[in-house]
Design a protein around this ligand. Structure first.
Ligand code: FDM
Length: 210
Protein backbone atom coordinates (compact mmCIF):
# COMPACT_ATOMS: atom_id res chain seq x y z
CA UNK A 1 0.00 0.00 0.00
CA UNK A 2 1.26 3.47 -0.79
CA UNK A 3 1.55 6.08 1.94
CA UNK A 4 -1.54 7.93 3.08
CA UNK A 5 -2.11 10.96 5.26
CA UNK A 6 -2.59 10.69 9.02
CA UNK A 7 -5.89 11.38 10.75
CA UNK A 8 -5.25 13.48 13.86
CA UNK A 9 -8.11 14.39 16.19
CA UNK A 10 -7.91 17.04 18.90
CA UNK A 11 -10.43 16.61 21.70
CA UNK A 12 -10.70 18.65 24.83
CA UNK A 13 -12.67 20.31 27.53
CA UNK A 14 -14.00 23.81 27.13
CA UNK A 15 -11.38 26.46 27.91
CA UNK A 16 -8.53 24.02 27.21
CA UNK A 17 -7.39 26.16 24.26
CA UNK A 18 -8.42 23.62 21.64
CA UNK A 19 -9.19 26.10 18.85
CA UNK A 20 -5.87 27.92 19.35
CA UNK A 21 -3.90 24.67 19.48
CA UNK A 22 -5.56 23.18 16.41
CA UNK A 23 -4.69 26.25 14.38
CA UNK A 24 -1.12 26.29 15.77
CA UNK A 25 -0.73 22.66 14.66
CA UNK A 26 -2.07 23.51 11.21
CA UNK A 27 0.44 26.37 10.91
CA UNK A 28 3.36 24.12 11.90
CA UNK A 29 2.32 21.50 9.36
CA UNK A 30 2.04 24.10 6.62
CA UNK A 31 5.44 25.56 7.55
CA UNK A 32 6.92 22.09 7.10
CA UNK A 33 5.28 21.89 3.65
CA UNK A 34 2.92 19.10 4.78
CA UNK A 35 -0.42 19.04 2.97
CA UNK A 36 -3.15 19.33 5.59
CA UNK A 37 -6.85 19.98 5.96
CA UNK A 38 -8.55 21.23 9.11
CA UNK A 39 -12.07 19.97 9.85
CA UNK A 40 -14.31 20.71 12.80
CA UNK A 41 -17.22 18.83 14.38
CA UNK A 42 -19.95 19.73 14.66
CA UNK A 43 -19.73 21.09 11.11
CA UNK A 44 -22.44 23.72 11.54
CA UNK A 45 -22.56 24.56 7.80
CA UNK A 46 -24.55 21.50 6.64
CA UNK A 47 -28.34 21.10 7.02
CA UNK A 48 -27.78 18.68 9.92
CA UNK A 49 -25.14 21.03 11.36
CA UNK A 50 -27.65 23.87 11.41
CA UNK A 51 -30.04 21.79 13.52
CA UNK A 52 -27.16 21.04 15.90
CA UNK A 53 -26.22 24.71 16.05
CA UNK A 54 -29.76 25.72 16.92
CA UNK A 55 -29.86 23.08 19.69
CA UNK A 56 -26.49 24.16 21.14
CA UNK A 57 -27.61 27.78 21.22
CA UNK A 58 -30.81 26.66 23.04
CA UNK A 59 -32.99 27.87 20.20
CA UNK A 60 -34.55 24.43 19.87
CA UNK A 61 -35.15 21.41 22.09
CA UNK A 62 -34.42 17.83 21.05
CA UNK A 63 -34.53 14.44 22.75
CA UNK A 64 -31.04 13.47 24.03
CA UNK A 65 -30.90 10.47 21.69
CA UNK A 66 -32.08 12.46 18.68
CA UNK A 67 -29.35 15.09 19.10
CA UNK A 68 -26.76 12.36 19.67
CA UNK A 69 -27.74 10.75 16.36
CA UNK A 70 -27.56 14.11 14.57
CA UNK A 71 -23.99 14.65 15.84
CA UNK A 72 -23.12 11.19 14.52
CA UNK A 73 -24.88 11.79 11.17
CA UNK A 74 -22.88 15.03 10.89
CA UNK A 75 -19.69 12.91 11.04
CA UNK A 76 -21.03 10.35 8.59
CA UNK A 77 -21.81 13.04 6.04
CA UNK A 78 -18.09 13.90 5.99
CA UNK A 79 -16.67 10.37 6.39
CA UNK A 80 -16.05 9.81 2.69
CA UNK A 81 -14.39 13.24 2.39
CA UNK A 82 -12.03 12.31 5.24
CA UNK A 83 -11.19 9.00 3.56
CA UNK A 84 -10.51 10.65 0.21
CA UNK A 85 -8.26 13.30 1.77
CA UNK A 86 -6.26 10.66 3.67
CA UNK A 87 -5.94 8.47 0.57
CA UNK A 88 -4.66 11.50 -1.37
CA UNK A 89 -1.88 11.91 1.21
CA UNK A 90 -3.36 14.88 3.08
CA UNK A 91 -2.99 15.00 6.87
CA UNK A 92 -6.46 15.60 8.32
CA UNK A 93 -6.68 17.50 11.61
CA UNK A 94 -10.06 17.39 13.22
CA UNK A 95 -11.31 19.65 15.99
CA UNK A 96 -13.55 17.24 18.00
CA UNK A 97 -14.83 13.89 16.73
CA UNK A 98 -16.71 10.83 17.98
CA UNK A 99 -15.11 10.93 21.44
CA UNK A 100 -16.87 14.23 22.12
CA UNK A 101 -20.04 12.52 20.94
CA UNK A 102 -19.72 9.82 23.59
CA UNK A 103 -18.39 12.14 26.31
CA UNK A 104 -21.18 14.72 26.14
CA UNK A 105 -24.10 12.31 25.66
CA UNK A 106 -22.88 9.83 28.30
CA UNK A 107 -22.43 12.79 30.66
CA UNK A 108 -26.17 13.42 30.20
CA UNK A 109 -26.92 9.84 31.30
CA UNK A 110 -27.06 7.78 28.09
CA UNK A 111 -25.13 4.53 28.28
CA UNK A 112 -21.58 4.41 26.98
CA UNK A 113 -22.34 1.47 24.68
CA UNK A 114 -25.45 3.09 23.17
CA UNK A 115 -23.50 6.29 22.57
CA UNK A 116 -20.74 4.49 20.70
CA UNK A 117 -22.97 2.47 18.39
CA UNK A 118 -23.91 5.01 15.67
CA UNK A 119 -20.22 5.85 15.16
CA UNK A 120 -19.04 2.25 14.78
CA UNK A 121 -16.93 1.90 11.61
CA UNK A 122 -16.33 5.62 11.00
CA UNK A 123 -12.71 6.30 9.97
CA UNK A 124 -10.69 6.02 13.20
CA UNK A 125 -8.09 8.61 14.12
CA UNK A 126 -4.46 7.50 14.02
CA UNK A 127 -3.78 9.86 16.89
CA UNK A 128 -6.11 11.59 19.35
CA UNK A 129 -4.76 14.42 21.47
CA UNK A 130 -6.93 15.04 24.51
CA UNK A 131 -6.42 18.53 25.94
CA UNK A 132 -7.17 18.10 29.61
CA UNK A 133 -7.84 20.95 32.02
CA UNK A 134 -9.22 20.94 35.56
CA UNK A 135 -12.50 22.78 36.20
CA UNK A 136 -10.51 25.07 38.53
CA UNK A 137 -8.02 26.04 35.79
CA UNK A 138 -10.90 26.55 33.35
CA UNK A 139 -12.51 28.88 35.88
CA UNK A 140 -9.31 30.86 36.24
CA UNK A 141 -9.31 31.37 32.45
CA UNK A 142 -12.52 33.31 32.70
CA UNK A 143 -15.12 30.58 32.96
CA UNK A 144 -17.32 29.12 30.25
CA UNK A 145 -19.31 30.58 27.37
CA UNK A 146 -23.02 30.77 26.72
CA UNK A 147 -23.75 27.51 24.90
CA UNK A 148 -25.80 24.64 26.28
CA UNK A 149 -22.99 22.46 27.68
CA UNK A 150 -20.74 25.26 28.93
CA UNK A 151 -21.47 24.77 32.63
CA UNK A 152 -19.05 23.59 35.30
CA UNK A 153 -21.09 20.57 36.46
CA UNK A 154 -21.49 19.32 32.88
CA UNK A 155 -17.78 19.83 32.15
CA UNK A 156 -16.87 17.77 35.23
CA UNK A 157 -19.01 14.87 34.04
CA UNK A 158 -17.66 15.16 30.49
CA UNK A 159 -14.12 14.99 31.86
CA UNK A 160 -14.94 11.76 33.71
CA UNK A 161 -16.25 10.13 30.52
CA UNK A 162 -13.18 11.26 28.56
CA UNK A 163 -11.07 9.56 31.24
CA UNK A 164 -13.01 6.35 30.81
CA UNK A 165 -12.56 6.51 27.02
CA UNK A 166 -8.85 7.12 27.53
CA UNK A 167 -8.50 4.12 29.85
CA UNK A 168 -10.14 1.84 27.29
CA UNK A 169 -8.16 2.92 24.24
CA UNK A 170 -4.79 1.87 22.95
CA UNK A 171 -2.24 4.16 24.59
CA UNK A 172 -0.35 4.81 21.38
CA UNK A 173 -3.33 6.38 19.67
CA UNK A 174 -4.66 8.45 22.63
CA UNK A 175 -2.41 11.02 24.25
CA UNK A 176 -3.55 13.18 27.15
CA UNK A 177 -1.96 16.63 27.15
CA UNK A 178 -1.97 18.84 30.26
CA UNK A 179 -3.56 21.94 28.73
CA UNK A 180 -3.39 23.92 31.97
CA UNK A 181 0.14 25.08 31.04
CA UNK A 182 1.05 28.08 28.89
CA UNK A 183 0.05 27.98 25.21
CA UNK A 184 3.58 27.61 23.77
CA UNK A 185 4.48 24.70 26.06
CA UNK A 186 1.28 22.91 25.09
CA UNK A 187 1.84 23.66 21.37
CA UNK A 188 5.39 22.25 21.56
CA UNK A 189 4.19 19.03 23.17
CA UNK A 190 1.40 18.65 20.60
CA UNK A 191 3.93 19.11 17.80
CA UNK A 192 6.40 16.61 19.19
CA UNK A 193 3.68 13.96 19.56
CA UNK A 194 2.13 14.69 16.13
CA UNK A 195 5.29 15.02 14.08
CA UNK A 196 6.03 11.29 13.56
CA UNK A 197 2.50 10.86 12.15
CA UNK A 198 2.94 13.58 9.55
CA UNK A 199 5.47 11.67 7.51
CA UNK A 200 2.67 9.51 6.08
CA UNK A 201 1.37 6.09 7.14
CA UNK A 202 1.45 2.80 5.28
CA UNK A 203 -1.26 1.02 7.30
CA UNK A 204 -4.89 1.04 6.06
CA UNK A 205 -7.36 3.54 7.56
CA UNK A 206 -8.64 2.02 10.80
CA UNK A 207 -12.33 1.82 11.78
CA UNK A 208 -13.80 3.16 15.01
CA UNK A 209 -14.73 0.75 17.76
CA UNK A 210 -14.41 -2.45 15.75
N1 FDM B 1 -20.55 17.98 21.05
C1 FDM B 1 -19.70 17.90 20.01
C2 FDM B 1 -21.42 16.92 21.35
O1 FDM B 1 -22.21 17.00 22.30
N2 FDM B 1 -21.38 15.80 20.57
C3 FDM B 1 -20.55 15.69 19.51
O2 FDM B 1 -20.55 14.64 18.82
C4 FDM B 1 -19.66 16.78 19.22
C5 FDM B 1 -18.73 16.69 18.05
O3 FDM B 1 -20.98 20.28 20.99
F1 FDM B 1 -20.15 21.40 23.78
C6 FDM B 1 -20.62 19.21 21.85
C7 FDM B 1 -19.36 19.65 22.48
C8 FDM B 1 -19.52 21.14 22.61
C9 FDM B 1 -20.45 21.50 21.48
O4 FDM B 1 -18.52 22.23 20.29
C10 FDM B 1 -19.86 22.31 20.37
P1 FDM B 1 -17.59 23.49 19.85
O5 FDM B 1 -16.24 22.86 19.73
O6 FDM B 1 -17.70 24.49 20.97
O7 FDM B 1 -18.14 24.01 18.55
Amino acid sequence: MSTRGAFIVVEGLDRAGKTTQVSALQTRLENEGILCKLLKFPDRTTAIGQMIDSYLRSQSELDDRAIHLLFSANRWELASTIEKLLAAGTTVICDRYAFSGVAFSAAKGLTFEWCRSPDVSLPAPDLTLFLDITPEAARSRGGYGEERYEKEEMQRKVREVFRRISSELDEASWVTIDAGRDLDTVADEIWSVSRPFTKGLSIPIQRLWM
